[in-house]
Design a binder for this molecule. Structure first.
Ligand SMILES: [Zn+2]
Length: 225
């Protein structure tokens, strides 16, 4: 009975897309197995799921799927679970003394909902105010991509991006807004195709109304080239 209640609780939690921690919940033995060992195990798990569903894996179209999915999980869409993949944090001195806000907007987000293992697709907008240190522009895209390549909830992704940049840039003055579609909402369940989810995290000066307003105004700019 206890276990049944727990399972119901977990299902409710997942359907409401509530995350429980700012850190991705990981097992202590998460990296004891090599990538190749993980792929080998996951391929059998995927085959098992497909066979249980009644699919004939001797069919030419299906026989490569378990290995393909296993490689994709370990090396691509969940590759950001591995701290070794974290983009290295090379920073530069702010030689030109640019003291205003820098906004990197419309960063493409491809992530995966950790409650349904379905895609999250959207845009992230990231900003910081330098206190003497700057990062290469593409570094912000890489940090977004690294944390997106995990089973995620959007709130946690937003917070992880801000925390990482605060650490790299040695300042609290970092903000991130993400606007994304969750295929678990768009394609199943409530099936609302047009709905998207907006999350934000504002650190330091971005908690102030004017600074926040400026950032949000930049995001709204419809940049055409
Ligand atoms: Zn979901």
């Amino acid at each position: 009975m206890k276990i049944e209640n727990d399972i119901e609780d977990f299902e409710a939690l997942g359907n409401d897309h509530i995350g429980t921690s700012a850190n991705t919940p990981m097992r202590e033995d998460a990296f004891k197995l090599s990538n190749d060992e993980k792929i080998d195990i996951i391929k059998d798990d995927v085959r098992h799921i497909m066979e249980t569903l009644g699919l004939d894996l001797t069919d030419d179209s299906l026989k490569g799927t378990p290995m393909r999915v296993a490689k994709m999980f370990v090396k691509e869409i969940f590759g950001g679970l591995n701290p070794d993949k974290k983009p290295n944090a090379s920073t530069f001195d702010n030689k030109y003394k640019y003291g205003e806000m820098l906004v990197e907007k419309n960063i493409t987000v491809y992530s995966t909902c950790e409650h349904h293992l379905l895609p999250i697709v959207g845009k992230a907008h990231v900003a910081y105010i330098s206190n003497g240190t700057v990062v290469g522009l593409s570094k912000m895209n890489r940090i977004v991509d690294y944390f997106a390549r995990r089973p995620q909830v959007q709130e946690r992704l937003t917070i992880q991006i801000v925390k990482e940049l605060q650490e790299v840039l040695n300042t609290e003055d970092v903000a991130c807004v993400i606007d994304a579609k969750h295929l678990c909402v768009n394609s199943r369940g409530i099936r609302d195709v047009d709905c998207s989810t907006v999350t934000s995290e504002f650190g330091g000066k971005f908690k102030e109304k004017e600074t926040r307003r400026e950032f949000l105004d930049y995001i709204k700019l419809d940049t055409q080239f």
